[in-house]
Design a protein around this ligand. Structure first.
Ligand code: SF4
Length: 96
C-alpha cells in the first residue's frame, strides 16, 4: 500500500524516500550541479537524464511532496528543478 504524503511529516517523508534506495542515491552527480562549470546544453542533458530516472522512481510522489515542502535550492527532485518546484509550492504547498 502506497503512503499518502499528506499523512507524513517532512522527516517521515525523508526517511521513506531514503530507505527506498531511489535511483538518485546511486548517481548523485546526475542530480546535482557539478563543481566544475557545465554548459547550458550539458546542464539540460543532465537534468533531462535525471528526470527520466525520476519517472521510474518508486517514491516519486513522496519526493515531490518533500520538495514542495522544503523548496530545495539545488538539484533535481521528482524530475523538477528548484525553479519549477517553487511554482508548485506557490500553488499547492504551505507557505515557506
Ligand atoms: S523522484 Fe527522483 S529525485 Fe526523487 S527520490 Fe526518486 S530518483 Fe530521487
Amino acid at each position: 500500500m502506497r503512503a499518502d504524503p499528506n499523512e507524513l511529516s517532512t522527516d517521515q517523508l525523508y526517511v521513506s524516500i531514503v530507505s527506498a534506495d531511489p535511483p538518485c542515491r546511486a548517481d548523485p552527480e546526475l542530480f546535482f550541479e557539478p563543481d566544475q562549470r557545465e554548459s547550458k546544453a550539458q546542464r539540460a542533458l543532465r537534468e533531462q537524464s535525471a528526470a527520466a530516472l525520476c519517472l521510474e522512481c518508486p517514491v516519486y510522489w513522496l519526493c515531490l511532496a518533500y520538495a514542495v515542502r522544503t523548496r530545495p535550492e539545488h538539484g533535481i527532485y521528482a524530475g523538477y528543478t528548484p525553479d519549477e518546484i517553487q511554482v508548485f509550492a506557490k500553488v499547492y504547498g504551505p507557505a515557506a
